[in-house]
Ligand binder design. Structure first.
Ligand code: ZN
Length: 300
């Protein structure tokens, strides 16, 4: 398994992508390919389950999946690195999950520390959009350029890297990122409290059959946000657009296809379709965890 900077770590590398209903875990081989998979329900299966019980059930399932993927029982002594991607922001200092709307039992808890204590693995916790961005960046080989990944999944996410380094993006508290707002001309109120967010024009509650109902304003908001991102990234940059809705929403898929077909435009990043599909989360979590563990070891 290669870290983003091209170094490689010995031992077992596992990526985990915690989705709103299913958690997917995979052992990733030295070439970055998936060697084995496990999946289990991530949700609490009933609103009445107390957060402590839901968290404990989730942790024991995750520990079980990691042990199976590592091949415990056969005298496993290899070192193990686990990257865990969660659908919400993570406090980089404390390792606490700040806000997972769909999995609230994770909020303010530190699943990474729990997994490390129970499995002996080195664990790195990250946001799902950050993990997916890493995987897409590695897939197109854009390691040295300005790279952005816009993802239409449960919600709309964006992450940016300057080569291997994540770029800090502005946001007002827990509202949507500033770069995901379409501009002053766009005034539709968003659930986050701001107005003009792309999310307000393309909410994740939209059903697939509604995709034919793109208004001129929906298209304009999408075009405005994408153009601003391309200008931010500059002429040497790449903007990769993906996520489940980028395939499932026909109008969105057509629009991305059109942008990708444009090729190079002076002064703005080119657009490419995402390549990793549903595996982006597990692959990116594994790759990012390797990079972080490598840097940790280099410092100590
Ligand atoms: Zn918003």
């Amino acid at each position: 398994m290669s870290a983003p900077d091209g170094t490689s770590l010995p031992g077992v590398v596992i990526g985990v992508d915690v989705g709103g209903t299913t958690a997917r875990a995979a052992r990733v081989d030295a070439l970055g390919r998936i060697a084995a998979r496990r999946a289990f329900p991530s949700h609490a299966e009933g609103m009445s389950v107390p957060a402590d019980a839901a968290f404990e059930r989730f942790m024991s399932r995750l520990v079980g999946a990691i042990r199976e993927l590592r091949g415990d029982g056969a005298g496993a002594t290899e070192s193990c690195v686990v990257g865990i991607a969660v659908p919400g922001p993570v406090d980089a200092t404390t390792g606490a999950v700040r806000r997972c709307t769909n999995l609230s039992f994770l909020n303010e808890r530190t699943p990474g520390a729990v997994i490390a204590a129970r499995t002996g693995a080195e664990v790195v916790l990250m946001t799902d959009i950050g993990a997916a961005g890493r995987a897409e960046q590695a897939a197109i080989g854009a390691g040295s350029a300005s790279f952005g990944h816009l993802r239409f999944g449960t919600g709309i996410g964006y992450v940016e890297f300057d080569g291997p380094t994540p770029v800090e993006l502005l946001r007002d508290g827990d509202a949507h990122l500033d770069v995901l707002r379409a501009g002053r001309a766009f005034t539709q109120r968003c659930a986050c409290g701001l107005s003009g967010c792309l999310e307000a024009y393309l909410p994740s509650s939209r059903q697939d059959e509604e995709s034919a109902n793109w208004t001129a304003e929906t298209a304009a908001a999408f075009d405005s946000v994408v153009f601003r991102l391309r200008r931010r990234l500059g002429g040497q940059g790449v903007l990769v657009i993906g996520g489940g809705r980028a395939v499932g929403d026909r109008r969105l898929a057509q629009r991305i296809e059109g942008l990708a077909a444009e090729g190079e435009t002076p002064g703005v990043a080119r657009v490419r379709r995402a390549e990793c599909g549903d595996d982006a989360g597990v692959l990116g979590a594994a790759s990012a965890a390797c990079g972080m563990v490598e840097r940790r070891r280099a410092r100590s």
